[in-house]
Every structure is written in C-alpha cells, then in structure tokens.
Design a protein around this ligand. Structure first.
Ligand code: GLV
Length: 336
C-alpha cells in the first residue's frame, strides 16, 4: 500500500497537535515543528527553546519540510514555505486565514482550509459576557465594594438594546442568535445583505453604515480582507450613538486605532472591548492599555482547542486521502 500523504504540524503546540493527530490518524506519517511564538509562528529550526520535534538535527527538519504534502499550522515565519515543495494543502488552526492569503510565498495551487473549532460558541460567550459586564456595571460595583460604597446606579437591560454585528459568519451568526435569545434587537452586516432568520435587519457591504446610528453596541466579527481593513474609521465611530460599546473579536486592522482612541478619550464611545490589535502582542507602551474605557484581552476570545481542531483536521485528511471535497475550503478571492 502506498504511504499516506505526509503531514507536517507547525505550531506552538506542535507536539500536542501531533499526538492528537496520531491518535486519530494512526496510519498517517505525521511530524511536528514546535514554533517559538504564537503571534508570528516564529520558529527557529534549531535552538534551545524551540527545537523541532522531528529530531534534533537540521536535516530531519529539512526532510520533514520538503516531504510534507499537508501542513497544519497557525502562522509561519517568513521563508518557511519555500522549502515545502511537495505542499498541496494547508489547514490553518484558526478561523482567520488572512496571514496565509497575504503570504506571497503560498503557491496558488495549494488549497487552504480553515478551522471553525468552537469559535462561534466561544465568541458568543465572550460578547454576551462583556456586554452584560458593561451594562450591569460589574467593574464599577467592584470598585465601589473596595470603597464600601452603597451607591445604586442605573440598571440597563440588554433586552432593551440594539446590537449591530459586522460579519454574520461562523463567529457573528452564533453571537447574533445568543443575543436574540436574551431579547436584544440584533442587526447585522453581510456582504450580500440577504436576510437571515431572527436578525431584525441585515445590511450589505454597500449600505452597512446606515446601520450604525441604531447600534448601542457594535460587534466586529468579519474576516480581514481587502474590503474590511480600516472599515471602522472615524466616520463609522462617529455614526454610533453616544455611549455605544465597540467589541472587536476579528482582527485589529479592521478598526482605525487612532480614531478609536480619540472616540474613547472624548467619551463618545462608552467602552471598547478589544481582543485583537493591529500589532500583537499589544506593545507595552500602547496608549490603549491605560485608556479607562478600553477593556483589553490578549486574543483569547476564541482560542483553538487542540482536540477540537484535531477532529476537524482528521475529518478533512480522510476526505483528502479519499479524493473527496474538503470542508471549510477558503476562497482566496473572498478571503475566507
Ligand atoms: C483567531 O484569531 C482565529 O482566526 O481563529
């Protein structure tokens, strides 16, 4: 029997993914490189803290790279794809594949698939959690508690609020449904503008700005593409009602960070819940850290879970071997 297509895992959790895949795909040749850093995949191919799991010598690493037909990875450092001459298919361990599509090194013939994990559930919980945190005033009451202060504030309800969601895909749609279940009025944006059950009104790429004046909260859950970079600009923020909350779980580049800082400083925005930034990790001296209206999390809204992603990848690998259509294939033109 012919050997199965060789799989290379390149990830900060390379060993964990390799072990999870070996359990699911016992006949497949699988090797792993442990990346040094999550943010840029910056593995070095030798060195004490990021030594490749394929073996300690550079020739084993080189061999794993040149023979891999299938790659499972989050991010790769520049130049990493060049030696992967047998590569036919990359599965990205996350939902956003912008960094792979932007790479000029990825040959056009290589199929890219993305993972959907449990990102929809994770993002829904994050968004609902932070919105309720803001509306109930959990942070403010915690501060009052420290001062033994019994001052009663307003008690606004999510059920009386309108939330706009930019991107009604694998992250935005489950979030929309969760908010609807809590009684919020939900508006949304998708490229086509086609209506969706339960969403009060759906706007298109052409008229999405018309949605903004109604939104007490705006959730950014769209992929990063040429069309979405910088879309949340000064005008978009100004179009939101005073006191609105912005939540970004997509990519930092969708939001103009200078305009965002200005809108937080002036108090036009009531809060910004930010999981993603133009530069990650957020630089130590970035003014957002100290902006009292900003709530910052380190890109944890929807983490990739090894066991879940391994299931998803294994299903795709079986399809690949059988010559069947892969799931979650990315359309490079569309960008997701
Ligand atoms: C995380 O950012 C992802 O794209 O899954």
């Amino acid at each position: 029997m012919n050997e199965k297509p060789r799989i290379l895992v390149w990830h900060v959790q390379g060993d964990a993914y390799r072990d999870a895949l070996r359990e699911r795909l016992p006949d497949a040749p699988i090797e792993a490189i442990n990346a040094a850093r999550h943010e840029n995949g910056g593995a070095v191919l030798s060195g004490p803290d990021s030594g490749p799991a394929v073996g300690d010598d550079a020739s084993a690493t080189a061999d794993a790279m040149s023979s891999a037909e299938v790659l499972l990875a989050w991010k790769l450092p520049p130049g990493a794809l060049a030696p992967m001459s047998a590569l036919r298919w990359v599965q990205v361990t996350g939902a956003g594949v912008d960094h792979f599509l932007e790479s000029s090194e990825l040959p056009a013939a290589v199929t890219v698939t993305r993972s959907l994990g449990r990102f929809g559930i994770q993002v829904s919980e994050y968004v609902v959690g932070y919105l309720l945190h803001h509306l109930i005033g959990i942070g403010a009451y915690r501060d009052q508690q420290r001062r033994h202060d019994w001052t009663r504030g307003e008690r606004p309800l999510l059920a009386d609020r309108t939330v706009g969601i930019v991107g009604l895909g694998s992250l935005g749609l489950p979030t929309a449904r969760a908010l609807v279940a809590l009684g919020a009025r939900v508006l949304g944006v998708r490229r086509s503008g086609l209506a969706l059950d339960g969403i009060d009104e759906v706007f298109s790429a052409a008229n999405w700005r018309d949605m903004l004046p109604a939104c007490n909260a705006l959730v950014i859950a769209a992929p990063k593409t040429a069309d979405t970079v910088g879309m949340i600009d000064r005008e978009a923020l100004a179009a939101l009602p005073a006191g609105a909350v912005l939540i970004n779980v997509s990519r930092g580049d969708l939001v103009d960070e200078d305009a965002l800082l200005a809108a937080l400083e002036s108090g036009h925005l009531g809060a910004a819940v930010l999981d993603v930034f133009a530069t990650e990790p957020l630089p130590e001296d970035h003014p957002l850290w100290d902006q009292p209206r900003a709530l910052i999390t380190p890109h944890i809204a929807a983490p990739s879970e090894v066991e879940v992603i391994a299931d998803e990848f294994a299903e795709n690998y079986r399809r690949y071997v059988a010559g069947r259509e892969l799931i979650n294939v990315v359309d490079p033109e569309r960008g997701y």
